[in-house]
Design a binder for this molecule. Structure first.
Ligand code: ATP
Length: 256
């Protein structure tokens, strides 16, 4: 992968909580256009990596080059648990939030954006749900509404954190089609996923993360049995009380 084909590059990036690295000395790039999966064991730093990419967390070392992309070029769907669903918003409200670029922070929906919102709801199979409070939706329906919002955002880079976790098979299938369409349109999609069969079937590139990169490249080779074993071994030997990263280039301290 050459630098010129990367939309976003990481150079020796470490992201730490209380000086304990969750992502450690990560170097590599997300290819421009197409689908890249981020996978790895629990606690591997996948969500942390996305938060750093979105600018929500600041690396304690290294640099992220977003290749001139601005924050408005990114559409981000955090993990379900991170999203507050008890606020009294309707499905239409949630979807129209994706149009803020056109409507402005306090502007009302234009006729064009309202029509776009209806099309987005239809695309995710939620016609007729406009007035429903989001709190009354099933998990799958809520995820569909959030995908409709992403459709409205029309972002160049779409960042998804476990978009199909706790989502029924039919919804997963429908939303996966939208993800594939985004890739086909030349958008860059970066998705944290646990289902390796899904990754192998639909994602050309994969970052296999175990706090550091085990592999980052074409999915077939990134998810080789050898790499998967190594990722698991790394996870089993993580010492949650590991020493703080002192900025050197050693790997994470592993317990004996
Ligand atoms: N806000 C936080 N404060 C302190 N430690 C955190 C925080 N968020 C995550 N961590 C720790 O950082 C490490 C990486 O967490 P992260 O959520 O990024 O992993 P993940 O790969 O997304 O995990 P999972 O697959 O379980 O969602 C874990 O050890 C986790 O406990």
């Amino acid at each position: 992968m050459t630098a010129s084909t990367n939309a976003i590059s990481f150079r020796d990036v470490t992201v730490a909580y209380d000086r304990r690295p969750a992502v450690h000395h990560l170097t590599g790039g997300f290819e421009q256009g197409g689908l890249t999966a981020v996978t790895g064991p629990n606690g591997a730093g996948k969500s942390t990596l996305l938060k750093a990419l979105m600018g929500e967390l600041k690396p304690s070392a290294g640099a992220i080059d977003r290749g001139g992309l601005r924050s408005r070029d990114f559409g981000y769907l955090p993990q379900a648990a991170d999203i507050e669903r008890r606020i009294p918003l309707s499905v239409a409200d949630v979807v129209m939030l994706g149009a803020w670029r056109e409507t402005g922070a306090f502007g009302g929906a234009t006729r064009a954006s309202a029509e776009q919102g209806r099309r987005a709801l239809a695309a995710v199979g939620l016609e007729g749900f406009e007035r429903r409070p989001v709190g009354t939706l099933s998990a799958g329906q809520f995820q569909r509404a959030l995908f409709a919002r992403l459709l409205m955002q029309d972002a160049e880079v779409i960042v998804l954190d476990e978009p199909f976790t706790a989502i029924d098979a039919r919804t997963t299938r429908d939303l996966l089609e939208i993800v594939k369409r985004w890739g086909g349109e030349g958008r860059t999609v970066i998705a944290v996923l646990h289902d390796l069969e899904q990754v192998r079937a639909h994602f050309a590139n994969t970052l296999l993360l175990a706090r550091e990169a085990i592999a980052w490249g074409p999915t077939e080779s990134a998810l080789s049995p050898k790499n998967l074993l190594r990722a698991r071994a790394m996870a089993e030997s993580w010492d949650e009380h590991a020493h703080a990263c002192d900025g050197d280039h050693h790997r994470l301290r592993l317990s004996a």
